[in-house]
Write a protein that binds this ligand. Structure first.
Ligand SMILES: CC(=O)SCCNC(=O)CCNC(=O)[C@H](O)C(C)(C)COP(=O)(O)OP(=O)(O)OC[C@H]1O[C@@H](n2cnc3c(N)ncnc32)[C@H](O)[C@@H]1OP(=O)(O)O
Ligand SMILES: N[C@@H](CCO)C(=O)O
Length: 338
């Protein structure tokens, strides 16, 4: 397999200053830095990583890999198999454990045996947690944001609707569409999946405050036009289908459904007891996808973790991406010398 990653800052001679930053479902290795070739936007945590920032690259060597199964440089369903054909539907099902095993190979190759800090939100939080449970000796500090110990029935239910939308697209072809002419992939299905997901990523109050019942521009919703909120979802769908592979979306979504740190480990409690890292768990007060009670369960199960820190935000689950000031304060608590 191939793993794409970016780094910032210099690795200390004893490799003691390495920080692992793990992205969420549709993120990538470009966690920091400006937009440029291959990166239509600035890094998704650009405000947090750099000289003098919360993850101070004058002190830390920050590593951000693209997840296994992804489509931003790391091997995934759109990659070529050894025989030169696209993986497509032959790409294996993955779990967070497989993805962390791949990241452990990367750490080994980079000469990093122990991370000073592992941090991630949402799907990245699941992998951060999995690192600390499966390889406690490799994680000195841990920041887990907006994620659960195990995917809940409702999370699997939302995912089911998204998977159904993609698979129902006539251009899906069972996952073997990659050889089709450009523009002929399952974009309609992926767009529908993103629209639904985007609703779960934001809050009801935000939508009401931001969009209410307003029409989009000069459009008349009573005469075939759209409400603003519909246009907003259309925009997020359009953006995603331009940059993300539907089969990767399916593989990663199924991996998130499979997330359960307690599986085969005597249950959640027993698994969380394995964590030895200095840990901060945080959630977003308006997150309807990964509600705060799930972070409470994590914090209660991890030795030494205090009650979850609460990120105050109108923006729902996406608060972990938007509220960089508050996330920065959480990082500071873990990056100050004890
Ligand atoms: C690490 C990771 O997890 S993923 C990597 C980063 N995430 C993504 O790229 C996922 C997609 N983006 C997002 O989820 C969000 O944009 C975030 C979380 C990154 C940032 O959130 P916010 O700054 O609150 O963005 P918001 O949800 O308001 O969306 C802004 C976009 O909606 C557009 N928009 C707002 N209202 C409307 C409307 N009525 N009609 C059409 N478009 C609209 C804006 O023009 C803007 O477009 P642009 O991003 O192309 O410039
Ligand atoms: N906006 C985030 C939400 C999932 O955590 C993403 O697209 O990855």
């Amino acid at each position: 397999m191939r793993i794409a990653y970016e780094t910032w800052g210099r690795l200390a001679a004893d490799a003691s200053n390495a920080v692992l930053v793990l992205h969420a479902l549709t993120g990538d290795s470009h966690a920091a830095g400006p937009a440029g070739p291959g990166h239509p936007t600035a890094g998704w945590w650009d405000g947090l990583i750099g000289p003098g920032r919360a993850l101070d690259t004058d002190r830390f060597h920050v590593v951000a890999p693209n997840v296994l199964g992804g489509c931003q440089g790391t091997t995934g369903p759109a990659s070529l198999r050894p025989d030169g054909r696209v993986w497509g539907s032959a790409f294996p099902d993955l779990t967070q454990r497989d993805q962390v095993a791949a990241e452990a190979e990367l750490a080994w190759a980079l000469g990093i045996r122990r991370w000073a800090l592992v941090v991630g939100g949402s799907m990245g939080g699941m992998r951060a947690l999995e690192w600390a449970v499966s390889r406690p000796e490799s994680v000195r500090s841990l920041l887990v944001l907006a994620c659960p110990a195990a995917a809940s029935a409702e999370q699997i239910a939302w995912a089911r609707v998204q998977l159904g939308a993609i698979r129902a697209d006539p251009h899906w072809h069972g996952g073997d569409y990659h050889g089709a002419a450009p523009g002929r992939g399952p974009h309609t299905g992926l767009g529908l999946a993103r629209r639904l997901a985007q609703v779960t990523y934001r809050s009801e109050a935000e939508f009401q405050e931001r969009f209410g019942r307003l029409p989009q521009g000069a459009e008349d919703p009573y005469r075939g036009g759209r409400y603003q909120v519909e246009s907003y979802l259309d925009h997020h769908a359009d953006r995603l289908v331009r940059r993300f592979d539907a089969a990767s979306y399916v593989v990663l979504t199924k991996a998130m459904n499979g997330h359960d740190v307690g599986r085969g480990r005597g249950g959640t409690r027993a698994a969380l007891r394995r964590v030895t890292a200095r840990t901060v768990v945080a959630g977003v007060d308006s997150d309807r996808l990964y509600p705060l009670y799930q972070q409470r369960e994590l914090a209660e199960g991890i030795r030494g973790a205090r009650p979850p820190r609460v990120i105050t935000s109108a923006h729902g689950h996406d608060g972990f991406l938007v509220e960089t000031g508050q996330v920065g304060a959480l990082l500071a608590a873990l990056t100050q010398p004890v």
